[in-house]
Each structure stands twice: as structure tokens, then as C-alpha cells.
Design a binder for this molecule. Structure first.
Ligand SMILES: *[C@@H]1O[C@H](CO)[C@@H](O)[C@H](O)[C@H]1NC(C)=O
Ligand SMILES: *[C@@H]1O[C@H](CO)[C@@H](O)[C@H](O)[C@H]1NC(C)=O
Length: 318
């Protein structure tokens, strides 16, 4: 399990990077204009050299996938694929293979990878699954990249600006009033950092991660849109900090834990139980599907997350 964790967290060669010179000094009332911060992943992330003090016990729980899942076109109505697009260099697109007909509008998602690596293919199963429900996703990096460079807030912002410029139109009727930032581990911190003081971002989904540094948590008051944390239980380095973030955050929120450890269920077919949770949240929040809402919020509903062994905390929803 250690090798998996290291693969997720430590890009090749990251140990040799010089120690960052921090320019942002957290203190209550100090709100930087933008969330770019001083390191990969932005203001809510950490320099990778500090990871040992936050990594926690590690390990995997019984809900972690034990074998790699199948590659599919997703379980939704619009069979989807992973591809690169020269109009957005250094990124990967996940979208329906054929633009949906009629006037279905496609919400847009900007995605960041674990360890802020530039290898988007790690999340292919999850992101193809989401796209197949009628979403266009731009992820940081390219499929199979082995670059030691880590992604930054600007990479995710580039994705958002690409979509707003209309360059995603070839994939369908993309609705840039419905933008979500999301990501795993460092990529989730980057999603939060990108959303900070950027009103174009309307939803944030954090996979297996939260804010590590207690002295930066006050910045959460500048986040005015809902946050969902999908966390891997007590072995996940995101577990303790997501509890602190959840308690402090005052907007609509969900914190759900499934006993996987930090690696989640990304590698399972269609992204496993995290894929199901993410799709239902998106279908509820962007398309108003009330059955999908019940999957997250009503433990008694037929397909609820609770019946899938998630422990769900939530508040602030109408
Ligand atoms: C397009 O979508 C709107 C709602 O978003 C709907 O009212 C309208 O009937 C749709 N038009 C077509 C041609 O499907
Ligand atoms: C709404 O969500 C439920 C639960 O995931 C799903 O079974 C159903 O097909 C969805 N309905 C539509 C119209 O997408």
C-alpha cells in the first residue's frame, strides 16, 4: 500500500525541488487576492516536503479496490472518452464521444490530479463515467505523463477560461454558468484554491483531502459556494482535516466517508462508489434530479450512499 500512496503523493524527483520561499503569511484578516499561493495546488496546499507531518497512519480499508477495474465508456447515456485537444495544451478532455443532440446543456468541470501530477489517466475510470452523464471535463496534465512538474492553480484556471472562451463547444452545448472544480488530494486542494475569490466556480468537490494547515482554515470564510468532501475514512490523510473544515464551513456542505484510505475508489470500474457519489451530486445540483439528491441525503432511499457504507454528514441544503 505504501507504493500506491507514494505514487499518488510524490511526483518523481519532487524531493530534489528547492525549498519554497513562502510569500503568503496567514493571519486572521489577511485575505490574499487570489488562491495561487506559493506552491503547487495553491494557497490551500502544502510544499511536498511538509507532507510527512500531515500524512497520518495511511493504509487501506475494506472498501479499497483490490484489482484494477475495466475501462468502459461510462454507465451514463452518452458514451464517453478521454482525449487531448491542441486548443488546450497540457490538459486532457473527458467528454461524450458524440455531442449530445437536442439542447442538453453540459456542465463543465475542471479537475486536478493527486500529488498535483500531470498524469490525468490515473482518473480515467472516474472522469469518463462522469462525462457519460453529459459533462465536459478538462483535467490538468496529459494521459500517462511522467513529468516531475506539479500542476498549479493557473492550470485549472486555464481550463475554466478555455471553456468560457467557447473552445469546448465542439463537445456539445457547454454551460459555463455551471462550473465545478474538483480533484484528488493535492488536486482537491488546487480545486479549492482555484475557487477562492473566483466567482465563476459554483461548486467544489474535494476527494480524500482538506486543508492541512490549521492556520489557513480561516480562509474558508471566503468560499461562498457548496463544498462536498468525499473522504476515505480514518486511514485517509484527509479524514481529520476534513472534519475541521466541515465544522467551520458555513455554506451548504456534505462530508461523506467510505473506508478506503487515501486512494479512494478511482481505479474501480466507472470510478466505483466515489463515481456513483460524484455523478449523483452533479445530477442533483446541476439538473435538479431529486432522486439523485436522495442518494446523497436520504439514508432510506433505495440507492443511498449510506446503504453503500458511506458515513454521511450534511447541512445547509434546502
Ligand atoms: C431546450 O431546453 C429548454 C429547457 O432548458 C426546454 O424548455 C426546451 O423545450 C428545449 N428545446 C428543445 C428544442 O429541445
Ligand atoms: C435521477 O437520478 C436517479 C438516481 O441516480 C436515476 O436513477 C435517474 O435515472 C435520474 N433521472 C434522470 C432523468 O436522469
Amino acid at each position: 500500500m505504501i507504493p500506491l500512496l507514494l505514487t499518488l503523493l510524490l511526483p518523481l524527483g519532487a524531493h530534489s525541488a528547492p525549498a519554497p520561499q513562502a510569500t503568503f503569511k496567514p493571519s486572521p484578516g489577511n485575505f490574499p487576492a487570489k488562491g495561487d499561493g506559493d506552491y503547487a495546488g495553491g494557497i490551500f496546499s502544502i510544499p511536498i516536503s511538509q507532507l510527512p507531518q500531515y500524512a497520518g497512519p495511511g493504509g487501506t480499508g475494506p472498501e479499497a479496490p483490490t484489482t484494477p477495474g475495466q475501462k468502459t465508456s461510462g454507465s451514463g447515456p452518452y458514451p464517453s472518452q478521454m482525449l487531448t485537444d491542441s486548443s488546450l495544451p497540457g490538459h486532457t478532455i473527458f467528454a461524450p464521444k458524440t455531442p449530445p443532440t437536442g439542447n442538453l446543456s453540459l456542465p463543465f468541470i475542471a479537475w486536478g490530479n493527486g500529488a498535483c501530477t500531470l498524469n490525468s489517466a490515473t482518473y480515467q475510470n472516474l472522469l469518463v463515467e462522469v462525462a457519460s452523464y453529459g459533462y465536459v471535463i478538462a483535467a490538468d496534465g496529459t494521459p500517462g505523463s511522467t513529468s516531475a512538474t506539479q500542476s498549479k492553480v493557473q492550470d485549472m484556471r486555464d481550463s475554466i477560461e478555455w471553456a468560457i472562451a467557447g473552445k469546448a463547444a465542439k463537445y456539445g452545448n457547454v454551460d459555463t454558468s455551471k462550473i465545478t472544480t474538483a480533484g484528488h488530494s493535492c488536486g482537491g486542494q488546487e480545486a479549492l484554491s482555484t475557487a477562492y475569490h473566483d466567482e465563476r466556480v459554483k461548486r467544489i468537490v474535494m476527494f480524500n483531502i482538506a486543508i492541512f494547515q490549521d492556520d489557513r482554515r480561516y480562509l474558508l470564510q471566503e468560499i461562498k459556494v457548496p463544498i462536498v468532501w468525499l473522504i476515505g475514512g480514518s486511514k485517509d490523510m484527509g479524514y481529520t482535516p476534513s472534519g475541521k473544515d466541515y465544522n467551520l464551513f458555513t455554506q451548504p456542505k456534505i462530508r461523506a466517508n467510505l473506508d478506503t484510505g487515501h486512494g479512494g475508489t478511482f481505479s474501480a470500474t466507472n470510478g466505483g462508489k466515489q463515481g456513483k457519489a460524484f455523478v449523483n451530486y452533479l445530477e442533483w445540483t446541476w439538473r435538479g434530479n431529486q432522486s439523485a439528491k436522495a442518494v446523497l441525503l436520504d439514508p432510506q432511499s433505495p440507492n443511498s450512499l449510506v446503504k453503500d457504507k458511506w458515513v454521511v454528514e450534511q447541512s445547509g441544503w434546502n
